[in-house]
Design a protein around this ligand. Structure first.
Ligand code: GDP
Length: 622
């Protein structure tokens, strides 16, 4: 039997194996019924005394008596809190565990805990990152082509966003879009696909700004880092210099006493690529990457597009379970049946397991990169879940995605939930960035842990905003102002940037959040003003101030005050604005308009209408 048919016959058997559904024990609306399993009491929602009594097979009286002895008076129908349930379980001889209830619509929140006996080794998923021109693309291509006997592989390589490299009887999955922009954009959408980041540093160029960015992104994602020192064929290659420079970024090579694997390579001469693959496998082995092939597939969309002939086409990275041809999948908010599935060599597959990237056809719509997918045992289930998700997404879009702001963090702290407070620091000098970092980290307490993901000198960049968005972090700028483009990006990504010129004030602000005592300071922002030139009355509308905008603009619904001889005679809102007969939302400087004020008619010629908004104060001493 040749290799190929062997592979297929092997897969065929697997095909017939029944796979476990990810929502086999789909909780009912109110959660799974409590149960005892191997001496462990498992529950998911608060229970009354009588419910607990039944579930742990203990008389109601015994429970009431025990609690009474602790000074707690309870009745049969009283609902017990988690502490009481835990205490009672231990008292009556059970261990206990509260399960999180996730319904299928929110499948990305599902935490799969596979029975260790069902877990099998899976191959590592690798992303290549580093500074521009250091050779990321060259390394990705060179690895793809080392030792590939084209015929044996059975196809022609296709660009599907990732490929699997067979090496020493194992496989390595390599994402073939290099760079941290895609990596972090995906993470910002909640998808984390990379186990290992190969950080490429050119031996003749050393650590450069994007090298540092890549390190920050990899660390924030919790990925392991392997360093590939590339371009070793060049006469100016100086790997020791690279390692020294990396040390300044807390990336310490093994031969410098650290635990980071470094490999010297040349994508040009192919020198060292074998060692790089060995290093990846070694790291993967240490990480003990595992998955359960005998469940329905779960994973992430790496890329997607509309193919003219075949319709929506997507590359899926399977992260757990097995995907079979014919499976019903929910991808993002769309649904589909896997009509055809092939690997990066265009070879059609009946079945693909954990860590495989596959290109699939059969989806009803084109999903987005970073969307999660899950296969379901029946078409009905998949359709239901996809419809519910699409609906939910529409609602969210309507509501606007909530940003994580200082005010939100403050509320989370007040609700008593333990929370990481992620911060990015950019400052005018490395010294102040580091001093700020050290001082901020000291503010952590039992409830809130302050994590400074990055503390560096230099302007706030797009990459910082992406990292903050992916890590739900706040950016502090010290003695810096983000430029308009970065501010725009921050707005798009719902990232809060705070700029200060006094370190103490940053510390004060963060401390307030940590203590749940932060209150956003509101300030007035003047939008513009207009002079009332004449006053007239319209039936249905009332008194209209015929005005001329002398400065800025007027806006409907914005705050307004009416000033007469420097005295404020009214404060309220602009009710309506009109230009000729048309209602408008805004009127700019130099134009005439008709203005009405909410609940106010006593307008006089010569009055000044000042228009303003009240916004959260962004900075002090700015
Ligand atoms: P990327 O921007 O990091 O993806 O870098 P590329 O892979 O596009 O490579 C940038 C340039 O460096 C190209 O001109 C490559 O031919 C060259 N290059 C990449 N690897 C090597 C190497 O190992 N040795 C030499 N001499 N040149 C290399």
């Amino acid at each position: 039997m040749d290799k190929k048919s062997q592979r297929f016959s092997g897969k065929k058997n697997e095909n017939n194996k029944s796979r476990q559904s990810n929502f086999e024990m789909r909780p009912k609306k109110n959660g799974e019924a409590p149960k005892v399993n191997g001496g462990v009491f498992i529950y998911s929602k608060p229970l009354s005394v009588s419910e607990l009594s039944e579930a742990i097979n203990t008389p109601i009286n015994a429970i009431i008596k025990y609690l009474f002895a602790q000074g707690k008076m309870v009745t049969i129908n009283q609902v017990l809190d988690d502490d009481m349930i835990g205490e009672l379980c231990l008292e009556f001889g059970y261990d206990f565990k509260k399960e999180k209830v996730v319904d299928a619509t929110h499948f990305e929140e599902l935490e799969i805990e596979d029975d260790p006996s069902k877990l099998e080794e899976r191959s590592p998923v690798v992303t290549v990152m580093g500074h521009v021109d250091h050779g990321k693309t060259s390394i990705i291509d060179a690895i793809r082509h080392t030792n590939v006997a084209g015929k044996e592989a059975g196809g022609i390589s296709q660009a599907i966003g990732a490929y699997q490299k067979e090496w020493k009887g194992k496989k390595v999955t390599i994402i073939d879009t290099p760079g941290h922009a895609a990596f972090t954009a995906m993470r910002a959408r909640g998808a984390s696909v990379t186990d290992i980041v190969v950080l490429v540093v050119a031996a003749d160029d050393g650590v450069m700004p994007q090298t540092i960015e890549a390190i920050d992104h990899a660390k924030a994602a919790g990925s392991e880092i392997i360093v590939a020192i590339n371009k070793m064929d060049l006469p100016g290659a100086n790997p020791n210099r690279v390692k020294n420079e990396l040390m300044a970024q807390e990336i310490v090579a093994e031969d410098f006493g650290g635990d980071i694997l470094t490999v010297e390579v040349s994508a040009k001469t192919k020198q060292g690529l074998d060692d790089l693959l060995d290093a990846i496998l070694l790291k993967a082995e240490m990480m003990e990457l595992k998955a359960n092939p005998n469940r329905y597939a779960i994973g992430t969309v790496l890329e997607a597009n509309l193919d003219k002939g075949e319709g929506p086409k997507a590359t899926l990275l399977i992260q757990n379970g097995t995907l079979n041809q014919g499976d019903h999948v929910v991808v993002g908010t769309t649904y589909g049946k896997i009509r055809r599935m092939n690997n990066e060599l265009g070879v059609a597959l009946k079945s693909a397991g954990p860590s495989s990237p596959v290109s699939v056809i059969g989806l009803e719509e084109v999903p987005e990169a970073g969307d999660r997918f899950m296969a379901f045992p029946s078409e009905k289930e998949a359709r239901e879940v996809a419809t519910a998700r699409a609906l939910k997404k529409k609602e969210e879009e309507r509501a606007g995605t909530a940003a994580l702001t200082l005010a939100d963090l403050n509320n989370i702290v007040n609700s008593g939930k333990i929370q990481d407070f992620n911060i990015l620091i950019k400052a005018d000098t490395q010294g102040s960035a580091e001093s700020l970092k050290a001082n901020l980290e000291k503010l952590s307490n039992d409830q809130v842990r302050i994590k400074v993901l990055e503390a560096r000198a230099g302007a706030i960049s797009d990459s910082d905003v992406l990292l903050a968005s992916a890590s739900k972090a706040i950016i502090y700028g010290f003695n810096l102002r983000p430029d308009a483009r970065v501010q725009e990006k921050a707005k798009e990504e719902h990232v809060e940037i705070r700029t200060y010129r006094i370190i103490y004030e940053i510390l004060e602000e963060v401390e307030a959040v940590v203590k749940g005592m932060y209150q956003a300071e509101m300030v007035e922002h003047i939008l513009g003003s207009a002079e009332v030139r004449h006053r007239y009355k319209l039936t249905d509308v009332g008194v209209v101030a015929g005005s001329y905008v002398v400065d800025g603009l007027l806006r409907v619904n914005a705050h307004a005050r009416l000033i007469r001889d420097q005295v404020v005679v009214y404060e309220g809102k602009i009710n309506s604005l009109a230009r000729f007969k048309d209602r408008v939302k805004e009127v700019n400087k130099g134009y005439e308009c008709g203005v009405t004020l909410s609940n106010y008619q006593d307008i006089k010629e010569g009055d000044i209408i000042e228009c303003f908004e009240v916004i959260e104060k962004e900075e002090k001493n700015g």
